[in-house]
Write a protein that binds this ligand. Structure first.
Ligand SMILES: Cc1cc2nc3c(=O)[nH]c(=O)nc-3n(C[C@H](O)[C@H](O)[C@H](O)COP(=O)(O)OP(=O)(O)OC[C@H]3O[C@@H](n4cnc5c(N)ncnc54)[C@H](O)[C@@H]3O)c2cc1C
Length: 497
């Protein structure tokens, strides 16, 4: 029988148990949802003031850029917030049926993905985050949300355990400490957890990093009436070393398209009107260009340069304080081009739930270390997938990540598999299962997949796309004939650091 932390001074017995979550991004909201089942009081604090409507906020500048939520992440969110789809629809996310959720144009052409027969909706990160926050505050009276509060550091109790957070209220009023039994750091890429741990005598935290030099430029458009719904999103992938350009269009709520153009290896897309359109035009597939050419821009073009992608190995520290865990981007911040961050935040929340259940709501010793270790396992595959792709680019800076022979061979196989997948629906679907995190990447190396790749190879069709572009020819021709809207708004160019 493990020693119960309830028996130790400073923990729970005879009083309410409280958890504090630093940060109300996706990782913080999902972690809070899980904590609410185990704690008497949960507080989410954030340095931002929350908008009353689904709007962007300063603390998450990345929301101006298209956020695709992978199918696996969507399923977890639906599990944690039943019927969230209904609320998304009520806020304008319109359903599509018999369409491809995300049409993937790989470097060898569009993949012939099976359309989804069920209704499917796409929505923006801003709307999702707004509705999750609203649901939590509405449905859980034991949740407290504290806006405009900066977390400055950790408080410690007599036994060295973390006993709360040092805070600063931006409006100048309020206590400067928040006591709690568990502090969850979900403050994103800029998390100060390594510094806070160092102050307590733990560290340094081992890190792996890759500076992939990704630049984004994004804009919202009004989708033209009657636009064909063959897909609810299209992603066009670049590929080292020749094609540095990528693009993403998502059919989000209220008849809007969220369009992001990306450039690898320091080739950021331009932020002016003409340059933005030209970049889209030069993508290897014309679908995004033809769509936005006839669409009405709704917002200025915003830029973003993604800082270093980083995996922090909190799990490898020899010591760890009780009462503190770290989750989300604060642990692993991916190159966003692979669309993994929100889904990994969702899987992180499931890891938290498992550990809370296993360690008596986090009261038994070993809970925090078990959580960080399981989280490390949880992020290992997405990090491997992202770094395998990032390290293709010549000149990409990386630390603590050594490309292995196995990685090179895996990459060669994926390329061959994709060359076959542009001719084979089964292979295309398998690949999409993996990138949507619904299947382990090992399925791409299974005997069934190998046999199909060989069949396509033997037929002599390998690498020859079955369909030239992401939109079928008649739809593309119709778009090409459509007139460009006469008035384009003046571009208020903004680059977010
Ligand atoms: C350009 C870009 C595009 C992306 N595209 C995708 C995509 O297509 N699909 C996808 O799944 N993911 C994408 N991501 C990743 C995604 O945004 C994150 O992985 C996901 O939101 C989880 O992040 P998080 O909650 O850990 O951190 P964040 O979303 O960054 O939230 C951190 C929160 O903590 C608050 N905070 C920070 N410091 C403090 C402090 N000291 N005190 C109080 N509050 C604090 C901030 O205000 C913020 O609310 C993208 C990221 C970027 C940068």
């Amino acid at each position: 029988m493990r020693e119960s932390r309830l028996a130790r001074p400073g923990y729970g017995l005879g009083r309410d148990r409280r958890a504090v979550v630093i940060g109300s991004g996706l990782a913080g909201l999902l972690a809070a949802r899980v904590l609410l089942d185990h704690f008497d009081q949960v507080t989410i604090l954030d340095r931002d003031r929350f908008p009353d409507a689904p709007e962007h906020r300063k603390g998450v500048p990345q929301s101006y850029h298209a956020h695709g939520l992978l199918l696996h992440g969507r399923d977890i969110i639906e599990q944690l917030f039943p019927d969230i789809d209904t609320e998304l629809r009520a806020h304008g996310a319109s359903p599509a049926r018999d369409s491809v959720p995300l049409q993937v144009v790989c470097p060898f052409g569009p993949l012939p993905i099976t359309p989804m027969p069920d209704e499917f909706i796409m929505y923006s990160r801003v709307l999702l985050e707004f509705l999750l926050r609203q649901r939590l505050t509405r449905d859980y009276p034991h949740l407290q949300v504290l806006p405009e509060v900066d977390a400055l550091g950790l408080l410690t109790g007599a036994g060295g355990q973390v006993s709360g957070v040092r805070v600063r209220h931006r409006n100048g009023s309020g206590p400067d400490t928040l006591e709690s039994d568990l502090v969850v750091d979900a403050s994103g890429r800029g998390s100060k957890a390594p510094e806070w741990l160092a102050t307590l005598g733990y560290g340094p935290v081992p890190e792996q990093s890759i500076t992939s030099g990704i630049g984004y430029a994004s804009r919202f458009y009004a989708k033209p009436e009657g636009f064909p719904r063959y897909w609810t999103g299209v992603v066009i992938n670049g590929r080292s070393p020749h094609n540095r350009r990528a693009g993403l269009i998502l059919d989000v709520e209220r008849g809007q398209w969220h369009v992001t153009l990306g450039g690898f290896a320091n080739a950021a897309p331009p932020l002016d009107e003409t340059g933005f359109l030209q970049w889209a035009r030069d993508l290897p597939d014309p679908t995004i260009y033809e769509a936005i050419r006839i669409a009405r821009p709704l917002t200025p073009i915003r830029g973003f340069r993604t800082p270093t992608n980083r995996l922090r190995h909190f799990d490898r520290l020899p010591g760890w304080p009780t009462g503190f865990v770290v989750t989300g981007d604060a642990v692993c911040a991916f190159n966003p081009i692979y669309g993994q961050g929100m889904t990994v935040a969702a899987t992180d929340a499931l890891v938290l739930r498992t550990c809370l259940r296993h360690y008596a709501a986090g009261t038994e010793p070993g809970f925090e270390r078990a959580f960080q270790r399981r989280l490390a396992t949880n992020v290992a595959i997405p990090w491997f997938v992202a770094s395998m792709e990032d390290l293709r680019w010549p000149g990409v800076e990386h630390h603590g990540t050594t490309p292995q022979l196995g990685t090179t061979m895996a990459r060669r196989w994926i390329d061959l598999m994709l060359r076959a997948a542009v001719r084979n629906r089964h292979l295309a679907d398998k690949y999409v299962d993996v990138i949507m995190m619904n299947a382990h990447p090992r399925v791409l190396f299974s005997p069934g997949v190998i046999a199909r790749v060989l069949t396509v190879a033997v037929s002599g069709k390998i690498g020859i796309p079955s369909q030239e572009f992401a939109l079928p020819d008649p739809a593309l021709a119709a778009l090409r004939d459509a007139p460009t809207p006469s008035s384009q708004p003046v571009s208020l160019v903004q680059r977010t650091p």
